[in-house]
Design a protein around this ligand. Structure first.
Ligand code: TIU
Length: 224
């Protein structure tokens, strides 16, 4: 069985049965004027990982393995956005704009608006799945589980933003569903460096309680 040098120990996967899930590499989080900056965050650390995520995606495409992209976003009428989620974006400590408001890239976190697009460098290829997700986790209110079952996938590599919010939530959802999960350490980022470090540490603690972590270079060597 092929394997990836990882922590807390090597990650083995059946050949041809691995998929990449790229979480929410959309303009709303990575560019100025989107949801991330509306919450009061500096988006530059997230921009910095784009080339590394691109290298990881290219490796999966070259290996003929599935690449699944997600976008966090809501229907234009916000019927899939809990009022609590919208309200919290307006509380002290966040910026002036919240979900559904008009921002420089269109309505914040709304499907079909320019800010909801994946960043152009990481655009999906025709035929690749792009899942719209209303929650932080990619399994909630989406067909992700059915898609993975149809593809026969039991092993998942994770990339994207932010490490401790949507990436970690999705990884935990996947772990509870029996998927063997590995987080690509340098293909994920947070607005809070200490949260990223803590997330990586807690995923692989206790013998890999949530899964494995490894740098992109190690993942690409494993694919080869
Ligand atoms: N705020 C924050 O760190 N993240 C999100 O709201 N969504 C995702 O992580 N995609």
């Amino acid at each position: 069985m092929p394997s990836i040098v990882a922590a807390p120990y090597d990650y083995s996967f059946p050949a041809g049965k691995l998929a990449l899930i790229v979480i929410d590499m959309q303009r709303d989080f990575v560019e100025e004027g989107g949801f991330g900056s509306a919450l009061g965050n500096d988006v530059r650390p997230l921009q910095a990982i784009v080339p590394t995520v691109a290298r990881l995606i290219a490796g999966f495409r070259a290996a003929g393995l599935p690449v699944i992209h997600t976008r966090e976003g809501h229907k234009p009428d916000l019927s899939d956005c809990p009022p609590s989620k919208r309200a919290r974006g307006q509380m002290p400590g966040s910026g002036s704009l919240t979900i559904g408001d008009a921002g420089p890239m269109g309505r914040i976190l709304v499907d079909g608006e320019p800010g909801n697009d994946l960043v152009p460098e990481l655009a999906a290829l025709p035929g690749e799945i792009v899942l719209l997700k209303p929650g932080k986790g990619a399994f909630y209110a989406t067909p992700l589980q059915e898609i993975l079952q149809k593809l026969g996938i039991g092993h998942l590599i994770f990339a994207g933003v932010t490490t401790e919010v949507c990436v970690q939530t999705t990884m935990r959802e996947a772990n509870d569903r029996g998927y063997e999960c590995l987080l690509a350490e340098d293909a994920t980022e947070s607005y809070f460096p200490e949260f990223k470090a803590a997330t990586i540490a807690m995923i692989r603690a206790q013998g890999g309680i949530v899964g494995w972590t490894a740098p992109v270079e190690a993942v690409l060597r494993g694919l080869a």
